[in-house]
Ligand binder design. Structure first.
Ligand code: SAM
Length: 471
């Protein structure tokens, strides 16, 4: 049946598409694992990585008393009139609410999926020979290491496996030895150009580097080194998860944050491919930040807003992580999608502009039919059948996300946020302009993905071998 098909697709791909709403459910572990051949991201360590208990970093559980207090405060607040900024925020929320509710309803109706979600965290590696690499290790603070005088001397060792074809009887190629390469780890592009994941070693800790990926570990001041000499070597997909300041003291403990004005200096235009780029930007629900993005950041980056993807957060039992109407604690986050124009040549430009216009004008789902016919029409006129393909493009696409079997009271939303970040990359690829394969970069990355360049001051953070098992 159709639901069985959906589920088996999900089990393979990590993406479940609901027929009844334009929502998707994502399992980031399954998606990440497509980047690896010899290793697997292990679900249990993946989900636990956000809950290492070491004193001060551990958040006190948001007790039910706490949440009751919050609700009371909200109620009190509602009694007061909203100021202008709050009214805009509320309006945004009211627009999104029906879509989010519909998506959640679709999730709750997918009983076959619910059963799988309940056990996502405890899923074992399917291959029998799966061996946990969960060795105790001291977490490196790359930010601190980069600041010492020895930093330019630090090198990472990449162990590229050398394969020997199996003798009679066939079977998989065997690793027979490895070729070691020592490469400066900071302010340097470290590349695994091979189609297999490789093991790396840095200061007695092992890391797994996905196939066809690279990282550049540096401070913001050095990001200009990534600007390609030739603009047709720029990027078609730019994912940005900035360390926004959010005033919460606990977030400051996890990674350094930056005042908004620093992000104006990101060289987005110079990183964009001549054929243009899709830019996906994670934002918080603070209205002040949304205003900054629209009025200052996008204009300075040369980005045109297209659509919003909502990441709706659910617990293992698929209940929302907080009340949908909780003013300062929404159970969703937004990924803003926009286009950066490269020096697109004329033919592309035409179809490109149409796409932009359509998506901008008809952002409302109810206009689906109109858009569809416009697309067919435009497709014929411009001879660009891709236009049709482009449409499913979320007027508002809703993402559902599961947090495994964890109790939501134990963490704050920014932690779940992190988990989803790279996993949506696959969805985004459908909407990326330019020739394939798309060139993709994540800015402020803490993790790597096959086919991507990861930049930030700690892109190796979640590549440590403790998060993986060997297949
Ligand atoms: N997308 C990431 C993930 O999924 O794990 C989370 C990124 S987190 C919101 C922001 C990152 O920016 C952190 O790793 C932080 O250390 C890094 N960062 C903060 N200040 C920076 C700077 N001046 N230069 C480079 N990276 C910086």
């Amino acid at each position: 049946s159709q639901t069985n098909d959906q589920l088996s697709t999900f089990l393979k791909s990590g993406i479940y598409r609901f027929e009844s709403s334009n929502a998707l459910f994502i399992d980031p572990v399954r998606i990440l694992n497509r980047s690896y051949t010899r290793f697997r991201v292990s679900p249990s360590s993946y989900y636990s990585r956000f809950f290492e208990s070491n004193g001060a970093k551990d958040e006190p559980a948001a007790t039910s008393t706490g949440s009751r207090r919050r609700k009371r405060k909200q109620k009190e607040k509602r009694l007061h009139t909203l100021n202008e900024r709050e009214q805009i925020a509320d309006q945004r929320h009211q627009e999104a609410k029906p879509l989010l509710l519909k998506a959640h309803e679709a999730l709750l109706e997918a009983t076959d999926l619910l059963a799988v979600i309940r056990n996502l965290r405890s899923e074992r590696c399917s291959s029998e020979g799966c061996q946990d690499l969960f060795l105790p290790s001291i977490e490196q603070s790359f930010v601190e290491l980069a600041s010492v005088w020895q930093a330019p001397l630090y090198e990472i060792t990449l162990n590229f496996p050398l394969y020997r074809e199996p003798t009679e009887g066939g079977g998989l190629p065997l690793v027979h030895s490895s070729e070691q390469r020592l490469i400066p780890v900071f302010n340097n592009l470290v590349v695994n150009e091979t189609s297999k994941d490789v093991e790396a070693e840095f200061l007695n800790t092992r890391y797994i580097i996905p196939r066809k990926s690279s990282f550049y570990m540096s401070d913001l001041g050095k990001i200009h080194d990534l600007i390609p000499a030739e603009s047709d070597c720029g990027f078609n997909l730019i994912l940005v998860d900035p360390p926004w300041e959010n005033g919460s003291a606990r977030q400051k403990l996890k990674y350094p944050t930056l005042p908004n004005r620093y992000f104006l200096s990101l060289p987005i235009k110079q990183l964009t491919h001549t054929e243009g780029a899709l830019l996906a930007l994670w934002v918080t629900n603070r209205e002040k930040l949304r205003g900054f993005v629209e009025k200052e950041l996008y204009p300075s980056w040369g980005v045109k807003y297209m659509a919003t993807l909502y990441w709706l957060k659910v617990k293992a039992d698929c209940i929302l992580t907080s009340d949908l109407d909780l003013f300062h604690h929404r159970p969703y986050e937004c990924l803003l999608l926009g286009y950066c124009h490269g020096e697109v040549h004329f033919k592309n430009l035409l179809s490109y502009c149409c796409r932009l216009e359509i998506l901008n004008v008809y952002r409302d789902l109810n206009l689906y039919r109109i858009i569809k016919s416009s697309l067919v029409f435009l497709g014929t006129t411009l001879g660009s059948p891709q236009l049709e393909v482009y449409f499913p493009c979320f007027a508002h696409l809703v993402l559902n996300f599961c947090i495994g079997a964890l109790s939501v009271s134990k963490f704050d939303s920014s932690q779940i946020h992190i988990m989803l970040c790279l996993s949506i990359s696959e969805l985004l690829l459908e909407y990326v302009p330019g020739s394939k394969p798309a060139r993709c970069i994540e800015l402020f990355a803490r993790e790597m993905l096959g086919g991507w360049t990861s930049w930030g001051n700690e892109p190796l953070h979640f590549q440590e071998s403790r998060y993986f098992s060997r297949t």
